[in-house]
Design a protein around this ligand. Structure first.
Ligand SMILES: Cc1cc2nc3c(=O)[nH]c(=O)nc-3n(C[C@H](O)[C@H](O)[C@H](O)COP(=O)(O)O)c2cc1C
Length: 202
């Protein structure tokens, strides 16, 4: 029987890796299905176990599930383009990092060199876990960061990193035509474009 390839089956890696890395992708067609709290907790649990400098765990998440009082506020922070598709997500998340940390044995916080790096590691865990339990996470920078800080009362010393939409994969025919064309597998540069033995290449 003829079968349409799913998105990840069209991706291939140059070297043998876990399939979850190819299965994770960033769709825009979501069904609008609500996410059970248990699934959301499993997704945050994966973020929880990310590595971080001095185990400082600088990631913070503010979130709104659809059809809750916070949802319109979170959706309204996104740019018009992102609102167009993220309105069908199950949950919208603002990922934040704490810019200072308390190293062991110190009695005061010091600036953290790696707070964004650490929060990025946690986002990756979160996205892979979402995929592994049948959801999809889509990162966004297209949102109003200054307004996010104000409307969500984010204190000084925290960096707003990104927004994330998580939803159940929908049919791409539900998207506007322009987005349907972009709902396609993305490839990657080869390893030789980003990993170099020794000093930075001239
Ligand atoms: C931090 C971050 C910000 C992003 N911002 C947006 C965005 O504002 N709007 C959007 O549609 N996609 C956004 N993306 C999705 C990327 O375009 C996507 O991850 C990239 O093209 C690779 O595709 P893949 O995630 O399907 O592998 C963002 C992704 C990340 C990680």
């Amino acid at each position: 029987m003829e079968r349409t390839l799913t998105h990840f089956e069209t991706r291939t890696s140059d070297h043998d890796i876990e399939q979850i890395f190819l299965q994770r992708w960033s769709p825009r067609a979501f069904t609008g299905e609500a996410i059970p709290e248990a699934d959301l907790l499993r997704i945050f649990e994966a973020a929880r176990w990310a590595p971080s400098s001095y185990n400082s765990q600088p990631w913070r998440y503010l979130y709104a599930r659809r059809d809750t009082p916070s949802w319109p506020t979170f959706l309204g922070l996104l740019g018009e383009f992102n609102q167009g598709w993220a309105k069908n997500a199950a949950v919208l998340i603002i990922a934040i990092s704490k810019a200072t940390m308390r190293p062991p044995g110190r009695d005061a916080d010091i600036p953290s060199h790696s707070h964004s790096f650490d929060a990025g590691a946690a986002w990756s865990n979160l996205a892979l876990q979402a995929t592994s339990i049948g959801w999809h996470a889509h990162g966004m920078v297209g949102f109003d960061i200054p307004r996010t800080s104000v409307e969500l009362h984010i204190p000084e010393g925290y960096r707003v990193e990104a927004a994330i939409a998580i939803g159940r994969l929908g049919d791409k025919s539900t998207l506007p035509e322009m987005l349907q064309a972009r709902e396609a597998p993305s490839g990657r540069d080869p390893i030789t474009a980003f990993a170099f033995e020794g000093a930075f290449p001239a």
